[in-house]
Write a protein that binds this ligand. Structure first.
Ligand SMILES: [Zn+2]
Ligand SMILES: [Zn+2]
Length: 230
C-alpha cells in the first residue's frame, strides 16, 4: 500500500516538473499519445469484417483463428491487433507506470460493447503476487473505467487459485496446461457477463476463465479485450 502511494505521489510530481511527452515516441505532446502515434495506432484497429465469434479480422469465409474450435464464450471483441505500437501502449501501461493510459484504452473498447448483452463486467483476476509486483491490477482498472462509462456494475466473480508462470514464453499447448485450474468461481451470477482482459494472445487464459464461469452457472460469456494477437 505504501509503495502504491509512493508511486502515485511520484507520478503527480513528475506531471508537474516534466514537460508533457507522448508515451510512445517521447516527443512533446499535450496528450498522452501524440497525433502521429495515434495515426500509427489507428492502422492497427480491427475493423469489420471480423469473425463474429472470436473477433479476429476475417480475410476469407472461414476464420483462421477459431474455425472448428469449440469456444466457451459466445463472442469476443478486441479493439486493436496486438503488435507494434499497440503492444508498446500495453507495455507502457503494465510495466512502466503509465496508468493514465487505462481510460484511453477503455474508450477504444467501448464501441465494441454495442453487440454485447452482458450485464456485469468481470475482470480476469491476477494473482495477488503479480498485483504486488505491478502495484495494481490492469484488468480491474480497465473494468472500473468501462463501468464508469457504461454504468454496468463490476463483479469479481473469479479468483486465482494459484500463481501461474507468465504465458509469454510458452507454446500454445503449454499455455493451456499452465492455466488449467488457475481460477475458481467466487459467486454465482445468473445473467450473461462480459469478461475483460487487456490482451488475448492464444486465448488460453480467457478460455479457462470462461469455462469456469459457465460451470458456475453463468448462462453466457462475452469477451472484451483491448487487443488481440494477430
Ligand atoms: Zn508519439
Ligand atoms: Zn474466429
Amino acid at each position: 500500500m505504501a509503495l502504491n502511494l509512493f508511486r502515485a505521489i511520484l507520478e503527480t510530481v513528475q506531471d508537474f516538473i516534466a514537460p508533457p511527452l507522448c508515451v510512445l515516441c517521447r516527443q512533446y505532446s499535450e496528450q498522452l499519445l501524440c497525433p502521429s502515434c495515434l495515426t500509427l495506432l489507428e492502422k492497427l484497429r480491427i475493423r469489420p469484417p471480423r469473425c463474429y465469434r472470436c473477433g479476429a479480422p476475417m480475410y476469407g469465409r472461414k476464420c483462421k483463428r477459431c474455425h472448428g474450435i469449440k469456444l466457451p464464450y459466445t463472442l469476443a471483441r478486441g479493439a486493436y491487433l496486438y503488435t507494434g505500437p499497440v503492444a508498446h501502449v500495453v507495455e507502457a501501461m503494465k510495466y512502466h507506470g503509465f496508468r493514465s493510459l487505462i481510460s484511453w484504452m477503455a474508450n477504444q473498447m467501448l464501441p465494441l460493447m454495442e453487440e454485447f448483452t452482458g450485464q456485469l463486467l468481470v475482470p480476469i483476476p491476477l494473482h495477488p503476487t503479480r498485483i504486488r509486483e505491478r502495484g495494481f491490477s490492469q484488468t480491474k482498472a480497465l473494468v472500473q473505467a468501462l463501468s464508469q462509462q457504461t454504468g454496468l456494475p463490476v463483479g469479481e466473480l473469479l479468483e486465482r487459485t494459484r500463481h501461474t508462470r507468465s504465458q509469454t514464453t510458452l507454446e500454445p499447448q503449454e499455455r493451456l496446461r499452465n492455466v488449467r485450474g488457475a481460477f475458481q468461481a467466487r459467486v454465482f451470477f445468473p445473467e450473461p457477463v462480459i469478461l475483460v482482459d487487456d490482451v488475448m494472445t492464444t486465448g488460453a487464459t480467457i478460455k479457462e476463465a470462461a469455462k469456469i464461469l459457465l460451470k458456475s452457472g453463468v448462462p453466457r460469456v462475452e469477451v472484451l479485450v483491448f487487443a488481440i494477437t494477430p
